[in-house]
Design a protein around this ligand. Structure first.
Ligand code: NAD
Length: 405
């Protein structure tokens, strides 16, 4: 979504959150937009760090490497991070970074140089209590490791809490690899309990980190995963797919479509297939006003960022399809990032069980708060999540202003 649309969206939603004109303007204005030009092997790459709002705590957000990264996109993403950390009650604000680059065109050495150059450009504005980066599209734990090393060289201090999503041996957290999917499972289980949904047939679009882990976790919990897909297409079996076998096929042949014991379907057909729970876990903007009427699922869990267009959202709301929005459904990743930061700050290493238990508590509590806000039935679950988050950010801003005066 462009930042102009974010501004428009905020104006629409603000009356429901009972925000004043001053508060709306504040929430529409990033605190700081930092820009730089990174040079690697004589080539220049535009780079950004947007610090949107820190009323609730240090800025937090990933760094994206993609040819389409722009100041506008990074600003919108920094806004979503501000909302996402508020939804799950993490003591963070929101920020985001990005470099306009096609990382597939760089060799390993150039990628490392670019990552170190990013830190050199922005490190004075980053830090464990100021602004904490993390991975995003095409940035990996290995890249986080290079960035940490560069930061520590520049500051002369050991500071693992400077960045999250690190490899385990550099202070990363257990469970981070499956955190997004597991957080989604906890939200889904709460929604199933509240609505009394009986049929547990699931279709999942996307079979990467989010989608594949989700399929595996749900199959283990007795859900029937009837369809999965990747960029090459999908597969469907009304009686349920054998997910372990599908994972083997994906690993060995590169695509789920090579699985021969199920019917082949397109990605479009997957969205409209016979299931009670639909989990978009790949691209944004796939549920639109063209297909929202045809969706058979009673529940949509948004593991992908922004899979539903605003028009489709209204159609699904009118059809009483419960949409569990991305800002809640995929917040498991940033929540375990917070746990990683907390462990680093206190020089601790939590067990897998402890991380999972704390993740469940956070997700269930966030779900319950939104459910309470939602139960007046005048607003969708997504709107309720935004209203709640914006109120929290506005309240923290008020506090900040009071403390200053
Ligand atoms: P990934 O790169 O690991 O996997 C993406 C999957 O989508 C792959 O299986 C790919 O084949 C599939 N795909 C690509 N094009 C497709 C198409 N046209 N139709 C259907 N499938 C297609 O990425 P990921 O980390 O799993 O992220 C997926 C989504 O989840 C993104 O929207 C991302 O922003 C969101 N998300 C991920 C995390 C995380 O921690 N991984 C956290 C929050 C949000």
């Amino acid at each position: 979504m462009s930042f102009a649309n974010v501004v428009h969206f905020l104006e629409k939603i603000a009356p429901l959150a009972k925000l004043s004109k001053k508060e709306i303007t504040l929430l529409q204005t990033p605190d700081r937009i930092l820009k730089a030009e990174l040079t690697v092997n004589g080539k220049k790459y535009p780079a950004y760090r947007v610090q949107f709002n820190n009323a609730r705590g240090p800025y937090k957000g990933g760094i994206r490497y993609h040819p389409e990264v722009s100041e506008d996109e990074v600003t919108s993403l920094a806004f979503w991070m501000t909302v996402k950390t508020a939804v799950t009650d993490l003591p963070f604000g929101g920020g985001k970074g990005g470099v306009t680059v096609d990382p597939k065109k760089l060799n390993q050495k150039e990628l490392e140089e670019l990552s170190r150059a990013y830190v050199r450009a922005f490190y004075k504005n980053l830090g464990p209590d100021t602004d904490i980066p993390a991975p995003d599209v095409y940035t990996t734990p290995e890249i986080m490791g290079w960035m940490l090393d560069e930061y520590q060289k520049l500051t002369g201090k050991k500071a693992p809490a400077f960045i999250t999503g690190k490899p385990l041996e550099l202070g990363g957290s257990k469970v981070r690899d499956i955190a997004t999917a597991l957080g989604g499972v906890y939200i889904l289980e709460e929604a199933v309990k509240k609505t009394g949904l009986k049929e547990k047939k699931v279709a999942i679009q996307g079979f990467g980190n989010a989608g594949m882990n989700m399929a595996q976790l749900l199959a283990e919990r007795g859900y029937t995963v009837v369809a999965v897909s990747d960029s090459k297409g999908g597969i469907y079996d009304a009686d349920g797919l054998n997910i372990e076998e599908v994972m083997k096929v994906k690993k060995t042949k590169g695509t789920v479509t090579e699985y021969t014991k199920a019917a082949k379907i397109s990605n479009q057909e997957l969205l409209e297939s016979g299931c009670s729970i639909l989990i978009p876990s790949a691209l944004s903007g796939v549920i639109t006003d063209k297909n929202a009427e045809k969706i058979k699922a009673k529940m949509v869990l948004e593991l992908a960022n922004g899979p539903t267009t605003p028009e489709a959202d209204e159609i699904l709301w009118a059809r009483k399809v419960l949409v569990l929005p991305d800002i809640l459904a995929n917040a498991g990743g940033v929540t375990v990032s917070y746990f990683e930061w907390a462990q680093n700050k206190n020089d601790e290493s939590w067990s897998e069980q402890k991380v999972k238990k704390k993740l469940q508590e956070k997700m269930v509590s966030a779900f319950q708060q939104i459910w309470d806000e939602f139960s007046d039935e005048k607003k969708s679950f997504r709107t309720a999540a935004y209203v709640l988050a914006l109120k929290k950010i506005a309240a923290a801003e008020k506090n900040k202003i009071k403390n200053k005066s």
